[in-house]
Write a protein that binds this ligand. Structure first.
Ligand SMILES: C[S@@+](CC[C@H](N)C(=O)[O-])C[C@H]1O[C@@H](n2cnc3c(N)ncnc32)[C@H](O)[C@@H]1O
Length: 443
């Protein structure tokens, strides 16, 4: 399917070599130097003036990382010998070139010419002919099929095989597909139907999924700047799975609420949009990320409604004044294995030992927060992981060592039952992989 560079599809895709060269540089850093895609994009995109060039770079990088297994299969089949380590930047550029042909389906002649030109811009003039030949071959013959599971590290594939044997194929396929764009309508500015009407007026097609009162799902992704009222806070981008949390936590009016790991602030904002009477404290251990919570709340007109604090949720002695919370959200740091479609570099960078460290951190934060919850109060534990150590087993272990904790099942509409919680696998209902469990503190 061709990518759309702007919502109305009126402008042709940018034609230059600069965005191709930049995409190749970013891919080289992510593929070969352990860099995070998100951080590289955040640093690189502002260097481009044209919004279409930025969209192109982003589209190439995401597509290339999602299709990595196919592109490597093509290079293995078409090159006489594997690329040497010094040719890693060339691999990155070729992946960027393949992505433009399939799946982005850009006009092939211009895409190939601009990518060959980018080889020169990257100091690879001596390989420009090879780039041209390989991209022309891809255009002529098409890129070979490959098992997308080949892009998953062995340790993770084995865990999925053990934990989700009937679903592994669907998980891998959904993780390689672009995520749909989900919106959350800001109730303080109007309801979902009213915003759906604004979208329709703007020519943007959206569906209103059942069971998520504030959610709209777009038929085709558009840049946020094209969303009516985005800058004024009428709407936010947030996956459907993340929007479940406000329903499951459901703090009562005027409740004291803690969002213990709040950045960038999507779930905190949703809670505040729904109920201006909440007294919400938002923590994050990372000061720069907590700044993003402020930006999120500011755009939505909610900045005055929350108290933000840079703090380690696992050390309440440093930030808790002794007043217990009626509701706590622990949206825990996790492996992000449920959102590979949004963060394809998770497959390159995540190690088994990272998961062990995350599981220990999650347990420590859970134990530390529990005494800050009022008897009768509710804590929702959530992750965007699909690994049981971080999810069902984590919560089961917590229940076993915490006599005043009881689990409450929020019901089928929040995903499949898995131990004490509800799990969505990537693509379930069009949503991200996500786990949540609702824990009540009994007297
Ligand atoms: C999954 S993200 C939270 C997403 C957020 N709830 C939202 O909806 O936008 C996890 C966050 O936990 C933060 N974090 C990690 N360890 C922490 C700790 N010990 N205390 C507080 N925050 C922590 C990370 O900086 C990260 O921003």
């Amino acid at each position: 399917m061709p990518i759309r560079m702007n919502p109305h599809g009126k402008s042709p895709p940018a034609a230059g070599s600069a965005p191709r060269a930049l995409a190749a540089r970013i891919l080289d850093a992510v593929l070969h130097r352990g860099r995070s895609l998100r951080a590289e994009l955040a640093a690189a995109l502002p260097t481009l003036d044209d919004i279409r060039d930025r969209a192109l770079v982003e589209a190439i990088c995401f597509a290339a990382l999602r299709q990595r297994a196919r592109y490597d299969a093509a290079l293995a089949a078409w090159l006489a010998k594997p690329l040497a380590a010094r040719d890693r930047p060339l691999r990155a550029l070729l992946h960027a070139g393949f992505a433009q042909l399939d799946p982005l389906a850009l006009p092939a002649h211009a895409a190939v010419a601009a990518t060959v030109e980018a080889a020169r811009a990257l100091g690879r003039t001596h390989q420009a002919g090879l780039v041209n030949a390989l991209l022309r071959r891809a255009q002529r013959e098409g890129l070979p099929a490959a098992d997308p599971a080949a892009a998953w590290p062995d340790w993770l594939r084995m865990r999925l095989q053990a934990e989700w044997p009937d679903d592994i194929e669907a998980i891998v396929a959904a993780s390689a597909a672009p995520a749909p764009l989900w919106l959350r309508v800001n109730r303080r500015q109007g309801d979902r139907d009213a915003y759906a009407a604004r979208l329709e007026e703007a020519g943007i097609e959206a569906a209103a999924p059942e069971g998520l009162a504030d959610a709209l799902r777009l038929a085709e992704a558009v840049p946020v700047a094209a969303l009516p009222g985005f800058a004024e806070g009428a709407v936010s981008v947030q996956d459907g799975a993340a929007q479940q949390v406000a329903d499951v936590l459901a703090p009562g009016p005027g409740g004291r609420v803690l969002d213990a790991c709040a950045a960038p602030g999507g779930k905190a904002a949703h809670l505040l949009e729904r109920d201006p009477s909440l007294r919400l404290t938002a923590l994050d251990v990372d000061a720069a990320r907590l700044g993003r919570v402020h930006e999120t709340l500011d755009r939505l007109g909610l900045a005055a409604d929350a108290r933000l604090q840079v703090a380690d949720a696992a050390a309440p002695a440093q930030w808790w004044n002794g007043d217990r919370f009626d509701a706590i959200l622990l949206d825990a740091p996790c492996s992000a294995t449920g959102i590979v479609r949004r963060q394809p570099d998770v497959l390159l960078h995540r190690r088994a030992r990272d998961v062990e460290a995350l599981v220990a951190l999650q347990a420590r934060v859970l134990d530390a927060l529990w005494p800050t919850l009022a008897p009768g109060g509710v804590l929702v534990y959530a992750t965007c992981s699909i690994l049981r150590d971080e999810n069902a087993r984590q919560v089961a272990a917590f229940l076993a060592r915490t006599p005043d904790a009881r689990v409450e099942d929020p019901g089928d509409r929040y995903g499949r039952g898995d131990g004490p919680g509800r799990q969505r696998l990537p693509g379930d209902g069009g949503m991200d992989g996500f786990f949540l469990a609702r824990l009540r503190r009994v007297a």
